[in-house]
Design a protein around this ligand. Structure first.
Ligand code: C5P
Length: 280
């Protein structure tokens, strides 16, 4: 019996850094959504634990014990418990859309079914990566603390995203280090109700990704990506996700997102471009 789990891209529509703990970790307040685009995890019974990485973005992904997928499997299973795991990689690596965390979360979901065990608490899964808890149940959420405090958000209007990654590496710790102002205002609590995609975009414009300025300072091409997205017909908002370098454009229709994606991919063949609906 093979079990499949999708590992959708995680998008931070906002990412406020509200403080820093004594151990150096940052406190966050983020509105998170998931795109239909993502990686795929397949687990099958096996005598030992093994990982195969396939797919268009497999190059450079380690299939050894350091991979978050295997670390997640070891966290969940008893010593010696086996599974053959296939990770089909479609998302660019280390790019601010939760690839590794989403893969780890999908692995936990699939293996919990294969092994008939319960999932560990959020605080424990957050040790794999700050985005793992929110990725365990991929739907729009507000994420706070280090990523382990999750709450529901008002119903989102139908939304489409165009994701663009310019193919430059950006290490999350370096972006946090380059952030000079560590204490910034949180989002309003409670969040308002949004009547349309336009209304949501107006709200988002009044909020921020605090990691965007430091990421831009390290990789100025992010500015080019944001300008290219913002110039597309129907783009309601262009912003960076997570610690970058992937940026997203927000659209009110599938057709406008698809034509923006087409135009961007044609204009910049070296960029990774993907359009998809936001998961409700
Ligand atoms: O948890 P994750 O692996 O995504 O974090 C990568 C790095 O980002 C951490 O080692 C830390 O330097 C930084 N980070 C942080 N505060 C957070 C999440 C991540 O400082 N809440």
């Amino acid at each position: 019996m093979a079990i499949e789990a999708l590992a959708p891209a995680k998008i931070n529509l906002t990412l406020h850094v509200t403080g820093q703990r004594e151990d150096g970790y940052h406190l966050l307040d983020s509105l998170v959504v998931f795109a239909e685009a993502g990686d795929r995890i397949l687990v099958e019974p096996a005598d030992d634990l093994r990982l195969t990485v396939t797919g268009p973005k497999a190059a450079g992904i380690p299939a050894d014990g350091d991979n978050l997928v295997l670390r997640a499997a070891r966290m969940l299973g008893q010593a010696g418990q086996g599974a053959a795991i296939t990770l089909e990689k479609h998302l660019p690596m280390a790019s601010g859309i939760g690839g590794g965390s989403s893969d780890a979360a999908a692995t936990l979901r699939a293996l919990a079914r294969l092994w008939a065990v319960t999932l560990p608490p959020a605080i424990e899964t957050a040790r794999l990566g700050a985005d793992v808890p929110v990725c365990l149940d991929p739907r729009p959420r507000r994420m706070a603390g280090l990523g382990e405090i999750l709450s529901d958000v008002p119903q989102l209007p139908p939304l489409w995203l165009v994701l663009v990654n310019p193919g430059v590496p950006l290490a999350t710790p370096a972006v946090f280090r380059a952030l000079t102002q560590k204490t910034n205002p949180a989002m309003p609590d409670p969040l308002p109700n949004w009547s349309s995609a336009m209304d949501l975009a107006d709200f988002l414009r009044s909020q921020r990704n605090d990691l965007e300025p430091p990421a831009l300072a390290i990789q100025p091409v992010i500015g080019t990506v944001l300008a290219a997205l913002a110039a597309c017909d129907g783009c309601l908002l262009a912003r960076m996700s997570g610690s970058g370098a992937t940026c997203f454009g927000l659209f009110a229709s599938a057709a406008s997102a698809a034509s923006a994606a087409c135009a961007l991919a044609a204009g910049q063949p070296g960029w990774w471009v993907s359009d998809s609906a936001v998961l409700a």
